[in-house]
Write a protein that binds this ligand. Structure first.
Ligand SMILES: *Cc1c(COP(=O)(O)O)cnc(C)c1O
Length: 429
């Protein structure tokens, strides 16, 4: 079995007894559209056949996948429960009310908007609710893990707002709160955004709140990455501190691709109007239903154990990579994210990623706290969903060392990766 399937082969029916990520009526798709069915089967095999360490990815449950493929995909439901622009919304309303009730309970928020189509859409709506074009905003600088929506020149945020970036201490890799405070005093921003795509440590939300209050700024937490840990009690909750919390429902949270916004009662109306009708049209009600399923799953003791295992696994992986000679940013992790610089092994992040890809390991490169070179960013959400354990994490770290250093037989390393993932199918039959 190849580690990565190249181009989709002609459609083959799912082999009996094989783990299947496609629980809906896939037979209809095979019959009606073998070309795209073949692509989806190849993607299923790609996911199951390699080690998935992209920090933003996970395996949604069969129940989430089933909700996504449900009849709500057909329903138009502009507006909010009880106030729709279309008829026939009684079950769309029911799904959204369940999603909102579960989200507010899970995160302890007064209000939840579960309609944003993505994390970026959630951030767009949060800005639309609180800011005017031209306003000054402070966010983590893009070289330190700020998201595109935190002022990238290629993104609406960089064009419509005046972003100033704060950073991390180049030595420790930790947010430099003293410089953040000084920057806030100098720039008097309308909002401060906290959140990142690669920061492996907890943020000090209370200190962010204090600094925002000092300068009269809103605090927007863009917590797409840690929110799944928050749901399982494995990371601090930004909800009590931030005016608005934006998040994705995928990533660690393991729901469908999508976004959500949490806020206090006083901002609820502004946030809702900023999502619909200001930045979005009809909500994707099948996704809203799938979000409800994911929130329900995240409220279980099994999920709490999962979230804590995700963090424990990342710590084992970080320690293992350090032992293999990688320089681990911030010296470790509090979350599912590990950022590692392979420079001590004589290569940069891009080369490391290529060598790992050849071994069947899928991950990202990312900016490093210091300097120009790129490192690698990995996360343990997906492999933990697959049921891997701490021993597996230690083996993965050793495989990283061998693959990146090119010590040992490349085919033997790839075979070991294949054997590891074969023992942990993401969708056991
Ligand atoms: C993932 C992420 C987003 C964007 O989510 P999309 O669904 O890809 O639009 C925004 N902000 C942060 C901090 C993220 O990690």
């Amino acid at each position: 079995m190849p580690v990565t399937s190249p181009v989709a082969p002609a459609a083959a029916p799912p082999a009996p007894g094989r783990p299947d990520a496609l629980p809906q009526d896939f037979a209809a798709l095979l019959r009606e559209d073998p070309e795209i069915a073949g692509v989806l089967l190849a993607e299923r095999d790609r996911q199951a056949g390699a080690l998935q360490l992209i920090a933003a990815e996970n395996f949604a449950s069969p129940a989430v996948l089933a909700a996504l493929g449900s009849p709500l995909v057909n329903k138009y439901a502009e507006g909010y429960p009880g106030a729709r622009h279309h008829g026939g919304c009684e079950y769309a309303d029911a799904a959204e009310r369940v999603a909102v009730r579960r989200a507010t309970a899970l995160f302890g928020a007064d209000h939840a908007n579960v309609q944003p189509h993505s994390g970026s859409s959630a951030v767009l709506a949060a800005y639309a609710a609180l800011l005017r074009p031209g306003d000054t905003v402070l966010a983590m600088g893009l070289p330190y893990g700020g998201h595109l929506t935190h002022g990238s020149p290629g993104n609406f945020s960089g064009r419509w707002f005046d972003f100033a970036g704060y950073g991390v201490d180049p030595e420790t890799g930790l947010v430099d709160y003293a410089r953040l405070r000084a920057l806030a005093r100098a720039r008097r921003p309308k909002a401060i955004v906290c959140g990142s795509i690669s920061y492996p440590r907890h943020l000090d939300y209370a200190l962010f709140r204090e600094i925002a209050d000092e300068v009269g700024a809103y605090l927007i937490a863009d917590a797409a990455h840690p929110m799944g840990l928050v749901a399982g009690g494995a990371a601090p909750n930004p909800v009590p501190y931030a005016d608005v919390v934006c998040a994705t429902t995928h990533k660690v949270l393991r729901g469908p691709r999508g976004g959500m916004i949490l806020c206090g009662a006083e901002l609820a109306g502004r946030i809702d109007r900023a999502v619909f009708p200001f930045t979005q049209g009809g909500a994707q009600m099948h996704t809203v239903a799938a979000k409800a399923v994911a929130f329900g799953e995240a409220a279980t003791p099994a999920y709490t154990r999962y979230a804590h295992r995700v963090v424990a696994h990342a710590r084992v992986l970080a320690a293992g990579l350090e032992a293999e000679g990688f320089a681990v940013a911030t010296g470790g992790t509090d979350t599912h994210i590990v950022v590692a610089d392979p420079a001590p092994l004589g290569v940069d992040g891009r080369t490391a990623r290529e060598r790992l890809a050849a071994a069947g390991v899928v991950l990202d490169t990312c900016a490093l706290p210091h300097g120009e070179a790129r490192g690698v960013r990995l996360g343990t959400a997906a492999v933990t969903t697959q049921g891997m354990d701490e021993g597996d994490m230690a083996r993965i770290a050793a495989l990283f060392g061998a693959a990146v250093r090119r010590s040992g037989d490349a085919e033997a390393i790839a075979a070991e990766v294949r054997e590891l993932v074969a023992r942990h199918p993401p969708y056991p039959g």
